[in-house]
Design a protein around this ligand. Sequence first.
Ligand code: F6P
Length: 500
Amino acid sequence: MSDQSPVAIARPASSVAELNHADPTRAARFDIAGPCGLAANFSRQRYDDAAVDQLFALAASYNFGAALQRQMGGEIVNPTEQRAALHTALRGQPVHTKVADAAFAQAQQARVQMRALYEQLAGSDVTDIVSIGIGGSDLGPRLAVDALAAEQADRRFRVHFVSNVDGAAMGRLLPTLDPARTAILLISKTFTTQETLLNGEIACAWLQAPERTFAITTNASGAAERFGIASERVLPMWDWVGGRYSMWSAVGLPVLLAIGPDGFDQLLEGAAAMDKHALESEPRSNLTYWHALTAVYNRGVLGLCSHAVLPYDERLKLFPPYLQQLVMESLGKSAQLDGSPVVGQTVPVWWGGAGTDSQHSFFQALHQGTQVESMDLIGVLKPAHNYATNHLALLSNLLAQSEAFANGQASTDLHRNYAGNRPNTVIRLPSLTPGTLGALIALYEHSVYLQSVAWNINPFDQFGVELGKRLANGMLPALRGETESSDPVTAYLVSSIRNV
Ligand code: F6P
């Protein structure tokens, strides 16, 4: 572990507005271009040139480049589970090692299977696909389908998602579908997840057609035992891909079915372009380094405890919930790699919502609340619709909010005073395509990994979610009245529930 910490970096005496007005070149100098036309402007972050120099010195001491090589080369970067994290091999060959090349070959084979399944279903009467999964087996595909499917002219299937164990989710969807024209995907890396198994049972009992039920899992025997799914209807997952990094694998089958195999290829190509950029660009021109170092600075130096993601695009409204899992399940850790406690803080709370809607809900707190947040505002420059005035209004709101957050507006009346100096990055996509979406998601994946390197934590395990799962299983007999809880509060709540 590096003994260098960002805490030693001095905050600039000047505000963001002062920094930008004093140096007209700053906006362009802090504008970093990535692949697929992506660009991000960091000039409204609360660091000056000296702080940026120190941050890049830190990146050198953390050895970001070697860390990326290790991850993409298939080394064990998840030591608590003794696993590699080769999501990058699902979309390309950024680093050639025996392990990474073998993973790439397996991924290619799975893509052939996915394409074949698309052709098979496209040649049948199936019109609707129900994708059942949760967390990493749901959020990525759900985001990509919501972002991309509506604009596909030759869309073959409607794709629906069910994740919540609340029976209302399944109960609302099934009556809208015809079982004779529906196929079911059960997506679960482990095939032990309560929500997916219970919803899968409801869906399979409704469908009554094993030949139209498919599983995507590492646990083919689990799928066979519980659902009788034959091995030819199982697509693979592997231990070397984490759930929240898995949308590029067969877990992305709902995306492929919604946007077609070529669109899915483009999604992967966009992500692969970002992998290459992360690995090969000079640190100062590297979007992933800038993004990660900014997050580390905002947390470690400014002490900010919340980060809002604000996509100014209706099609990206599911990006904040997707990122919540990617970032917070990865970086919500208190132990360093060697098991000792982390020094300082790790992940802040990530949240957000689409503009302009969220301007009319939580933006008040972003502008005038006592707690300062950092933000990513994401804009898509070319729309996929013909309402040009709406699009200009959308972008003008994005620009206005970024400026207002940064510059504020002084007033002697405290009620009308905008303090400003709220750090924000403006990320631009030329248009929203499978390729640009793939690159955008991969940018955040790499940023998360590099933040974990800076904090010396493991971003690929998630033991924190296990306790709640285990306790929930134990609650079922208590709710049925078969056992009594040993916890007095739980026992009281159980009896109040049972007495309804
Ligand atoms: O939310 C916890 C979690 O373990 C995630 O990491 C994972 O993506 C999700 O559950 C679903 O797991 P599985 O794919 O095994 O059903």
